[in-house]
Design a protein around this ligand. Structure first.
Ligand SMILES: Cc1cc2nc3c(=O)[nH]c(=O)nc-3n(C[C@H](O)[C@H](O)[C@H](O)COP(=O)(O)OP(=O)(O)OC[C@H]3O[C@@H](n4cnc5c(N)ncnc54)[C@H](O)[C@@H]3O)c2cc1C
Length: 443
């Protein structure tokens, strides 16, 4: 617990109105049941620096938080004296549209940033879940969260070129630059991607941007068998098409999306959605090829565009948080592209074996599979263990993204980190020797 005198000090740094101890806010800011002592809303990087100086002097634990949409990721924290909210750091500092580069404060939501950039027909092409719930730029970087468009543009890791971070001791670190071709020395900003707030408070980020494509269309095809769907995936990957997103869904998930959107797809099919974003003529030509490839592999489907297309990708991006009425565990596996089919088969077997309801959406050309498992604790736990065993034995990984504290306690959320763990621990103690930033969340 932070002492009263330190609380006073923290209040004076951010001002009374930006230091909140209201029980309701503390309750709603809890992580895995660990309630903070105070929530601070700094308004600039200098205030973050002063907060961190005080916190490190009195060894207070600090949990950085944007909109709190990814609170389920990681282990239960060991402490939460201070929640440091980035809500008031929401400005776009610079947008050099001629250079396709922008710098923003990290509490800005991805949707607010993209609507600002959209005024000059540019965007930051990351499409992780929780965008509609206010996912912030800082949270997306800290979790390296991504969505279907990672196929064409990569994740935040590939788009980030510079960063300002406040370290645990309050010192400000500036890495990278506004120049895309800046490659001298270690690429330090990348270290903070996926660091889950354990290495520093990300305050500002500079990204390379892309022009908003002139046109966009999606072909959603239904296949009767997994083999047919995989045949189409293989042909599409080996073609010279420039595909923005290639998503494969199990029959339960595609049926649930169909129920809500009524696209005219059949039931009990494995859906494959192919999105092409480009100049209008290229989109027309490439969608035709996609339809031919699908047909050759036994797929029939529909072309969607405009609002229907946006609604469809919103469903995919937000799975399983929006579809299928919640989940007992949300998993993210990284496997070989050729193992995606085996993973889908395994989910069907697990549903039969344990009576769970398991569904999946796969970034089919990346080997990233988002899985939702619903059921009682024991069967869900057994399913998670089997899926982890399969992913790791196939040379991949499986992270438990969200689950009840009991399931998290029974299975390591990260899986086998292997020999890099020692190095990761040394990096953590170099940046945060007092272990005050998100203690315990990673390891
Ligand atoms: C052989 C093979 C080839 C692949 N090829 C591709 C490819 O070409 N393109 C592609 O996009 N994907 C590919 N993948 C999938 C790749 O492994 C994914 O990157 C993986 O699923 C993790 O997803 P991510 O990068 O989005 O998550 P990450 O950003 O790596 O992780 C998400 C979050 O979890 C944390 N985290 C993840 N793992 C651990 C861990 N073990 N310990 C502690 N924290 C952790 C991170 O810090 C972060 O906060 C491939 C996988 C395999 C097995």
């Amino acid at each position: 617990m932070v002492e009263l005198s330190s609380i006073k000090e923290l209040r004076s740094i951010v001002g009374e109105e930006n230091a909140v101890e209201d029980p309701q806010l503390l309750e709603s800011s809890a992580i895995d049941g660990v309630k903070p002592g105070i929530v601070l809303f700094p308004e600039n990087i200098e205030q973050i620096s002063e907060i961190m100086k005080t916190a490190s002097r009195v060894s207070a634990s600090v949990i950085p938080m944007g909109s709190g949409t990814k609170r389920g990721i990681g282990n239960k924290p060991l402490g939460a004296d201070i929640v440091l909210s980035t809500k008031k750091l929401d400005r776009v500092k610079e947008h050099e549209s001629a250079d396709l580069v922008a710098t923003a404060e990290c509490g800005i939501t991805l949707s607010a940033l993209n609507s600002r950039l959209g005024a000059r027909n540019q965007f930051l092409p990351v499409d992780p879940p929780h965008v509609n719930d206010g996912a912030t730029v800082g949270g997306v970087i800290a979790s390296n969260d991504s969505g279907p468009m990672r196929l064409r543009y990569g994740t935040a890791r590939e788009l980030l070129i510079g960063m300002k971070v406040v370290r645990a001791d309050g010192s400000v670190f500036k890495g990278g630059s506004k120049v895309v071709k800046n490659v001298a020395g270690y690429d330090m900003p990348k270290l903070f991607v996926g660091s889950l707030g354990t290495l520093g408070i990300i305050a500002e980020a500079t990204f390379r941007l892309y022009p908003v494509p002139e046109s966009s269309k999606t072909y959603v095809a239904g296949f009767k068998s997994l083999d047919e769907a995989h045949g189409a995936v293989r042909s599409l990957i080996n073609s010279n098409l420039v595909i923005n997103a290639l998503e494969q869904m199990d029959p339960g998930l595609s049926g649930s999306i169909e129920e809500r959107l009524g696209m005219g797809l059949g039931r009990n099919i494995y859906a494959l959605a192919v999105r092409i974003m480009n100049v209008t003529q290229a989109v027309e030509d490439q969608i035709k090829t996609v339809m031919e490839v699908s047909r050759r592999n036994g797929g029939e489907g529909v072309v969607i565009e405009g609002g229907d297309e946006e609604a469809f990708w919103n469903e995919v991006r937000e799975f399983p948080w929006r579809s299928l009425d919640g989940a007992s565990a949300v998993l993210k596996a990284g496997v070989l592209i050729s193992d995606v089919t085996r993973m889908f088969l395994m989910l069907e077997e697990l549903s039969d074996k344990y009576g769970v309801r398991a569904h999946a959406s796969a970034r089919a050309a990346n080997g990233v599979v988002i899985v939702s498992v619903k059921g009682d604790s024991e069967p869900v736990l057994s399913s998670v263990k089997e899926l982890r065993e399969f992913s790791e034995s196939a040379g991949g990984s499986l992270v438990v993204r969200e689950a009840s504290p009991e399931i998290k306690a029974a299975v390591s959320v990260w899986g086998d980190i292997g020999s890099p763990l020692g190095l990761m621990k040394r990096i953590k103690s170099g940046f945060d020797p007092g272990n005050i930033l998100n203690p315990g969340r990673l390891f």
